[in-house]
Design a protein around this ligand. Structure first.
Ligand SMILES: Nc1ncnc2c1ncn2[C@@H]1O[C@H](COP(=O)(O)OP(=O)(O)OP(=O)(O)O)[C@@H](O)[C@H]1O
Ligand SMILES: [Mg+2]
Length: 243
């Protein structure tokens, strides 16, 4: 499979502390890849470094181009986008204004078309076009953050904990949408603590522990791995997901 994103031997540090070590990962065209791992494993750090928010050493190629030294805006222009863990919406602006901000770099015609696509993907946002983003429910805010990111027409969307703090029914909705994105030709790099839900929609998975990848494989193989089951798919998670 063609690699859309290829991360090679990447290290990311906060001062003297190395938070990500020797990370090597790839995402193919039209693929959903998930990174699972405990709190503090380094998942957010790696996504932020790929996006250019944090400096890294090592190699990051995207669509066969070295991007590890590019500014964030140039990575966005190349087709990379991130929906950060804390969503970072403009709470005092409306849904529609937030969505439109995501399309500021594309032409007006493209923005209009993408805006319609966003509202088709998230009918709930369409109903709430004029509502202030800060008054949306958590699930709606996640939808808005994803919708805004899609306005830049990414080829790869990185999602950092999209299910964080959301009720199970909304989580199912969000994950269904992620699968729909793949059908629409957008690749997804998904960071999730809800490993079970992530593994259900992902093609492949990487497991991160203490800043390093310790395992990777098809989502099916990883779901069946005894260590993964014991650490990430245990009884407690199971009960949470069934509610
Ligand atoms: N700005 C920062 N300065 C110093 N250390 C940081 C900073 N941000 C994160 N770290 C540390 O880097 C390590 C990795 O953090 P990171 O946020 O990447 O983990 P994570 O896998 O995303 O965790 P979570 O699942 O809780 O979101 C942690 O030990 C964290 O304390
Ligand atoms: Mg994180």
């Amino acid at each position: 499979m063609t690699k859309l994103l290829a991360v090679n031997d990447v290290h990311v540090s906060y001062g003297k502390v190395e938070a990500v070590r020797n990370a090597t990962l790839d995402v193919g065209a039209n693929e959903i890849v998930t990174i699972i791992g405990a709190n503090g494993a380094g998942k957010t750090t790696l996504l932020n470094a790929i996006m250019g928010i944090l400096p890294l050493t090592g190699s990051v190629t995207f669509a066969d181009r070295q991007i590890s030294k590019l500014e964030i805006e140039d990575r966005v222009a190349a087709g990379l986008c991130i929906v950060p863990e804390h969503r970072e919406l403009f709470g005092t602006m409306t849904v529609e204004e937030n969505v439109r901000l995501g399309g500021f770099r594309v032409s007006r015609a493209v923005a209009a078309r993408e805006e319609e696509r966003v509202y088709t993907l998230f009918p709930r946002l369409k109903e709430r076009r004029t509502q202030l983003a800060g008054t949306l429910s958590g699930g709606e805010q996640q939808m808005l953050a994803m919708g805004r990111a899609l306005m830049s027409q990414p080829r790869l969307l990185m999602l950092d904990e999209p299910s964080l703090g959301l009720a199970p029914l909304i989580v199912a909705d969000i994950f269904r949408t992620v699968s729909e994105l793949k059908q629409a030709g957008v690749s997804v790099l998904l960071v999730e603590q809800n490993a079970r839900a992530a593994l259900e929609i992902a093609d492949r998975a990487y497991v991160m522990e203490l800043g390093e990848f310790v395992m990777n494989g098809s989502a099916k193989d990883i779901s069946g791995d005894q260590r993964v089951v014991a650490s990430y798919l245990g009884f407690q998670h199971d009960e949470q997901n069934k509610l």
